[in-house]
Design a protein around this ligand. Structure first.
Ligand code: NAP
Length: 450
């Protein structure tokens, strides 16, 4: 069989699992992988909290997968601008889109142009050292009292990073410049606002316990807010995650007053963000009541409300995918429509199209969830392989095309040089890793270490 030419757009966890599943097919493959970031591993480097070192260490596992596959990596290359669908649609047998999610699921009515209002994506990219996707977020405007809307795992990540002792953050791969800014902001209070109740909190027990067990913070919550209704009780009895979350919350006991406080507000929805001098200085939260069947309870606003003074406000209300030029997209689910990973409406071309990861199923699940999803997508690819021999491809060399366009890209060998440097430099600084996140720093590393 002739070599099957594959392009993978994206180099995050789902793309790495796709490469792994492709390699296991034992088919003769030649894989090109592009990513808009200069380095591989996507959210693992830019989204996973820096103190989640066990998860971060998956880079070694993914590194081995990419290392052993017949693959060329092209970092710093964006699909749709640097390389277009027209460039590649007749140049590959198969194209996999593993582009994840691009933006935040914004809270309606919240003015994100204000200096101290941000979506979680900007915040997590910032504390991971990346600023390229940043819009208006200014970490210097966080101040000492931060509000977070939403109670998923990302909200807990942000609360934990903001409240953790700087000395504990310093050991992680979090850039020292970010730790210095957080220290300077002297964050003493983080308020988490969940629009539904404790039984509906989206976070997972491990992450909830990790935050609440920090012995340097005091958790404050109205005990009456964790009383469960009959419908909540059904959810509690039927779902292990709910049961564990609620049990963890019930264990919160009054501790001595501490200088860092986490406030958890259930059944609280944003009514108004108060603005003064171009910045939010507090919120009025409306209390909600829940109604509906178990596992589908929705909120209704009540007349009861309360005011919380804040120095900044972050929405951590989930992410959403973005349409890729020329690829069919569902504007409601923000995903690419597919059947078992094969894109349902195929653009007219020699290539057959597939998707994996969050752009396939939406932003749910942990990194490992991508493994079975990638396997399903690659199974669909394998079922199509016989049809590829009838497709004649245009001659195309990605590296040459990029060079002709004067585009700078970073190869997998470039990443290995950076990886060695980051780990060695981290060891010197008593950190897990000293991250290179700007093109200037990457260029300097490659010039002095290649
Ligand atoms: P998420 O789990 O979907 O949580 C979103 C939160 O925002 C929910 O509490 C949701 O409340 C709330 N929300 C949504 N729209 C809202 C609105 N308009 N107003 C007020 N609240 C609103 O999203 P995420 O925290 O961004 O996490 C994304 C995925 O990454 C999840 O699968 C998560 O588990 C995963 N992740 C995992 C880890 C880890 O394993 N350590 C760490 C980070 C992220 P409702 O429930 O009422 O909609």
């Amino acid at each position: 069989m002739d070599t099957i030419k594959v392009l993978i757009v994206g180099a995050g966890p789902s793309a790495c699992y796709v490469v792994d599943a492709l390699a296991k097919t034992d088919l003769p493959l030649s894989i090109d992988m592009i990513d808009r970031y200069p380095q591989p591993f996507g959210l693992l480097r830019t989204g996973v909290a820096p103190d989640h070192e066990r998860i971060k260490s998956l880079d070694t596992y993914f590194g081995k997968i990419l290392d052993q596959a017949p693959l060329k990596f092209y970092g710093n290359i964006s699909f749709g601008s640097d390389i277009t669908l027209d460039d590649v649609k007749d140049a590959y047998h198969a194209i996999f889109f593993c582009t994840g999610t691009e933006s935040d699921n914004d809270v309606p009515g919240l003015d994100y142009s204000l200096s101290n209002v941000a979506g979680s994506r900007d915040v997590v990219e910032w504390y991971n050292g990346y600023t390229s996707q940043r819009t208006h977020f200014d970490p210097l405007s966080l101040g000492n009292t931060v509000g977070i809307i939403g109670m998923g795992n990302v909200a807990l990540d942000i609360a934990r990073i903001f409240l953790k002792e700087p000395v504990d953050l310093a050991k992680t791969e979090m850039p020292q410049s970010c730790i210095d800014i957080i220290t300077k902001q002297a964050i003493s209070d983080v308020h988490i606002f969940a629009r539904r109740g404790p039984a509906q909190a989206k976070c997972t027990p491990l992450e909830l316990a990790e935050l609440l067990e920090l012995d340097t913070i005091q958790t404050l919550l109205d005990p009456s807010s964790i009383t469960l209704s009959d419908t909540d009780m059904v959810e509690y009895n039927e779902t292990k995650r709910v049961q564990k979350n609620v049990d963890i919350l019930k264990e919160i006991t009054s501790t001595n007053a501490l200088s860092k406080r986490l406030h958890i507000h259930f059944c609280s929805q944003l009514k108004e963000a108060h603005v003064n001098d171009g910045a939010v200085n507090g919120v009025t939260m409306a209390k909600t009541i829940l109604s509906g069947d178990p596992h589908q309870q929705k909120t209704t606003l009540t007349d009861e409300s309360y005011h919380v003074p804040l120095t900044s406000l972050i929405s951590s209300t989930g992410y959403k995918g973005a349409a890729l030029p020329g690829i069919v997209f569902n504007e409601k689910t923000h995903c690419i429509p597919h059947e078992a990973g094969k894109i349902t409406t195929q653009p007219k071309s020699s290539a057959t199209y597939y998707c994996a990861g969050w752009i396939k199923r939406g932003p749910q699940g942990v990194i490992g969830t991508n493994k079975s999803g990638a396997k399903e997508t690659v199974d669909s690819f394998v079922a199509d392989v016989a049809s590829f021999s009838s497709k004649s491809l245009h001659p195309f060399d990605l590296a040459n095309t990029l060079k002709q366009r004067n585009l700078t890209y970073y190869s997998y060998d470039d990443w290995k040089t950076q990886n060695d440097f980051e780990i060695a430099e981290g060891t010197k600084k008593n950190k897990k890793r000293f991250k290179l996140t700007t093109i200037t720093d990457i260029e300097h590393c490659l010039k002095t270490n290649s």
